[in-house]
Write a protein that binds this ligand. Structure first.
Ligand code: ZN
Length: 476
């Protein structure tokens, strides 16, 4: 067995940010080695893409552009990466599957409302948080069924052992709640995918590198120790969705099984990767997941229309590589990402990492090549536009606090490896004490979100007359 490349976790080291190709597990991680699903050179990578999913429109000036999925798929194919994977046309999720998490009245509303009849539903718009961020658009529920069906099917490839890695770039809509839409998300495909994984795997680790807190997933699993959620995101109490401070740690038997890594504007490659690797290595060693879900929101890249970090595509991909190299069954999902040419570049690069195939920095010709002018490169320069507000001391303090939290896990999750999972509804049923604790934790976020709703809609999302599709490159 080859040894993992020694990673120097000093943030000012100039040599440790990106690992080399050989990244097998350290010999001290005998547990993980024993759980490996085999030699990853034999990985079957399942890739789910629906040809029509890129044709849905949230609205002309809305920053969420499903067209980014078409761009991504064309880049993946033009690099011949599809030849290294098993390609699947996803099945639509059924209403029954969606309602394994979501409330029936909310799903009934999503199913019935259309742009033509929406006036008849205006009384319940605020209840279901539909309107501005989450508009009613043509085919909205069909869109939800496509991306959710893809995540469920992708998870099923892992539970039935027919793939070791599953990819659904149309999924990762991490803000949707049981009874309401949020942050451009209506149905939480991640929760549905994790439900599927829990039918087979005792413990599932959820990792979220979107710039926004993965609040919907955290909330769904806040009181269980079978799913650990870890989210790296911008947090200042104001930034959407307003939750994700370091003191949100889970409750009841789920206490310490939610982990948040709150970051400031402008974080760079070196600091991010340093934190990511040191935190995730410790999490995986302590929690011992049997499967991992990785949400790869690309709004954490530099130059994102709604983001404010400085990450390069290589650094974003390094997080994917690091998780992949633990060689556990892995479900890879999309998420945010609003400068769509960079979203497509990022997810294509990450697909290449997942299939272990190096690709050229020169983009191959494809139907949408004009989106990538003037450089036509896979790795444009995306950093340095935002001042880095994360001092070395801040990063170190954060790391120390997080490692302190992890000490409470004690490497002793309550579910044995052989145990057949209980019915999923059990996760959603809390006792009064747990519910009160959850409410107390989330109330701060709710208040911030209310404040923010008014503010956001007055500025970045809708004041900009330019549609992102036409935006010029702002890379330096
Ligand atoms: Zn996001």
């Amino acid at each position: 067995m080859s040894r993992r490349t020694v990673v120097n976790y000093e943030p000012d080291s100039s040599t440790s940010t990106f690992s080399t190709r050989s990244n097998a597990l350290p010999t001290t991680k005998n547990w993980i080695a024993s759980k490996r699903i085999g030699d990853h050179s034999n990985d079957v990578v399942a890739y789910f893409h629906d040809e029509g999913v890129g044709n849905y429109h949230y609205g002309e000036r809305h920053p969420m552009k499903p067209h980014r999925l078409t761009l991504t798929n064309h880049l993946v194919i033009s690099y011949d990466l599809h030849k290294k994977m098993e390609i699947f046309q996803p099945r639509r999720a059924t209403e029954e599957e969606i309602m394994s998490f979501h409330a029936a009245d909310y799903i009934d509303f999503l199913k019935r409302v259309t742009p033509d009849n929406m006036n008849n539903f205006s009384k319940v718009f605020s209840r279901y948080n539909v309107g501005d961020d989450c508009p009613v658009f043509d085919g909205m529920f069909e869109f939800c069924k496509i991306y959710s069906g893809a995540s469920i099917d992708a998870a099923r490839k892992l539970t039935n052992g027919s793939a070791s890695i599953s990819i659904n770039w149309s999924g990762g809509l991490h803000h949707a709640k049981r009874v309401e839409a949020s942050g451009f998300c209506y149905v939480n495909d991640i929760v549905l995918g994790i439900f599927e994984l829990l039918t087979h795997f005792p413990r599932v680790l959820y990792v979220d590198i979107d710039i926004h807190h993965g609040d919907g997933v955290q909330e769904a699993f806040y009181t269980t120790d079978r799913v650990m959620t870890v989210s790296f995101h911008k947090y200042n109490g104001d930034f959407f969705p307003g939750t994700g401070d370091i003191d949100e740690i889970g409750s009841g038997i789920g206490k310490h099984y939610s982990l948040n890594v709150p970051l400031q504007d402008g974080i760079d490659d070196q600091s991010y990767i340093y934190l990511f690797k040191s935190v995730m290595e410790a999490v995986i060693t302590s929690f011992r997941p049997s499967a991992i879900v990785l949400q790869c929101g690309a709004d954490s890249l530099g130059c994102d229309r709604l983001g404010c970090f400085n990450l390069s595509i290589k650094a974003h991909g390094e997080c994917v590589r690091f998780i992949k190299d633990f060689k556990l069954p892995l479900l890879v999902l999309g998420g945010g990402g609003y400068t769509i040419r960079n979203v497509a570049r990022c997810w294509t690069y990450e697909t290449s990492i997942l299939v272990d195939h190096e690709v050229s920095n020169d983009l191959p010709y494809n139907e949408y090549i004009d989106f990538f002018q003037p450089d036509y490169k896979l790795h444009p320069h995306l950093s340095g536009k935002v001042e880095n507000m994360n001092s070395k001391a801040y990063i170190q303090n954060l790391r120390i606090k997080i490692l302190e939290h992890l000490r409470f896990l004690n490497g002793a999750p309550s579910v044995q490896m052989q145990e057949i999972p209980p019915d999923m509804q059990g996760f959603l049923e809390m006792n009064e004490e747990e519910e009160a604790e959850l409410m107390a934790d989330s109330i701060k976020g709710k208040e911030q979100k209310e404040k923010q709703r008014g503010r956001e809609h007055g500025n970045e999302y809708y004041d900009n007359d330019q549609d992102v599709d036409q935006e010029m490159d702002i890379e330096s």
